[in-house]
Structure formats: C-alpha cells, structure tokens
Design a protein around this ligand. Sequence first.
Ligand SMILES: [Fe+2]
Length: 349
Amino acid sequence: MTLRRCGERRGQGRAGLLLGVMAAGLFLAPAAAGAQEMTLYSARKEELIRPALEAFQKETGIRVTLLTGGAGELARRIELERANPKGDVFLGTAAGITELLRQKGLLESYASPNAGEIPEEFRAADHAWVGITGRVRVLIYNTGRVPAGEAPQSYFDLTAPRWKGQVAVASLGERTTVSWLATLLALKGEEATRKYVDALRANGLKVLKNNTEVRHAVARGEVAVGITNHYYYMLQLQEDPRSPITLVYPDQGPGDMGTPVFSITAAIIRGAPHPAEARALIDFLLKPAGNRLLVEGEFEIPLLPNVALAGADRGIRGLGQFKKAPVTQVQLADLEPKVERLFGSVFLP
Ligand SMILES: [Fe+2]
C-alpha cells in the first residue's frame, strides 16, 4: 500500500507518514509490470482503514495507493480530474459530499452483489454510492462532573442553564457536524433549528476544531458534555481506558426525534482507470469478512445484518437497538448546503 495525503506539504508531514508506513510494514515494492493496482481517495483516516486495505491486498493481490484528505478537498480533486480521472474509489465520511459528486455526474453506478442487505436508506437509488458502515451521533459526558442521574438525555437539554459553558461540538470542518445539523433541519424545520442553535450559542457552546478535540475536552473535564460520534467514545477509551467518560443515545423518548445515524460511503469515480479493481474493493468492503475489519478497526456500527457489532460490552448499540432519527442519507445530503449557508459562520473553531 502506498500512502499520500491530499494537499500535503513537503517535509515533516511526509517524512512522518513514510515512517508510519515503514514501521507498519506496508511499504511494498513497486507493482510488477501487469500487476493489478488501484487508487483510493479516502476521507477516512489511514490508520482506521488500513486493516481492511491490507486484507484486500492480501486476498486479491491488487495493490492500493491510498490518498487521504478532507472529503471536500478530495471531491474538488475528483472534479478537477474529471477529464482524466486518477482515482478509482472515493470513500466519504458522510453521504453529503458523495451525493453532490453523484449529482455532478462524477460517479459510476455499481450495484455490488454484496450491497443487497444494506438498508435502502443508506444507498443511492441509482447505485452511484453505497453506505458501508454507520456512525451514531451521541452525547458523551464526563462522569466526574456529571452524576448519571443528571446526564442530559436530549440535544435540546443542552440549552439549559445547567450546561452553560459546558458543551463542546466540532466545527463544520467535521462533516458529521454538518450531518447532525441537517438532521435537525429535516426533523425540526428551519425556524426551530435556528432558535436551537442561537440558544446553544447563548449558553456558551464551545466550537472546537474537530471531534478529537471534543473527546479530549470532555475526558479532561474542560467541558462536561460533548456532541460527537459514538466511535470517539471508543477511541478515547482506547487511548486511556481510565477516561472518566460515558455516552448517551439522546432523544430516545416517545415524542423525541431519535438519534441520528450517518454512513461512510463508497463510490466508484466515473472514468476510473481501474474499474474492475474498483468494483473488487467495493465488493470486499461489503462482504462480511471485509466489512468486519472496518467495523472493528473504526468502531463503526455495521449496516449489514450478518456483521457483529464492536464495543457492545462498552455500551455501543447497533442498528435496531435504539430509536434512530427517521431521515435518509439522501435527505441529509440535500440539506447540507443549507446547513453551510445558515450556520457556516457559527460553527467555526
Ligand atoms: Fe470522525
């Protein structure tokens, strides 16, 4: 597997990556003439998808060049390369940007035989993209600062005086913050969502750069509560098993909207130079043996019924084990430009 990072400067960053690659034993010799290869553009971090890609290479002999970067950054690159595509598969962190690429005609439809069991709400109707795993938008809180009985049970609790200056969320640089606000727009409408965001701000909401900063701020007790994705709870425990944090699936009551679920999406880039290899990767990521590696490596939840949940012993719940916010990924994608328009200036780090 060869690694690059989109937009990366020469020097330290590159050297660091190369070191990481060599240390992990991934620095493969150049492919022999005629060997199969492909390029993956991934908005998912390298360390999280590495196990799945290694297994794919081992099983198929297809050599993967991995280019990681922000979803927007990679999407712009795909658009610029339209006449002469260099990437084969795009992995997005939420459906929004992937759906935008589909609307611009930049994706190739592919109905993988393994996609049949992915619920329809996590797929594009024309098979231009497919959800491969899910992430759940939860609350995490510091158990040293919040007794269990006082934990917030709803996003809408967080505007109360009790939580003044005590709540953190990541900026819109994290696509899942965009998806979360899109969920509120879809289910509560524009006026209520604006009012809610205004009330959060008036209550001293802290907007941090990314979700990693959010989990650190909660674990250190700098804030009591974080609005983030469920796997950041697992990543925090992996980093420090004694972290005083736990998670809540918010808005689970009878009249409540439910907890949002977003999907990682995979898509083949139109005009991909290695279409057969691209299809093979999608098939691999959607078959239980390959999908399991994503779920375990990323602590994501499976969208496939025959893949086991990771982290159940730590309170992670799978699809069907909590009340899910009733929105489709396409609905969320369609609302993302509106989120940027309405809240782009608010959710800055
Ligand atoms: Fe993330």
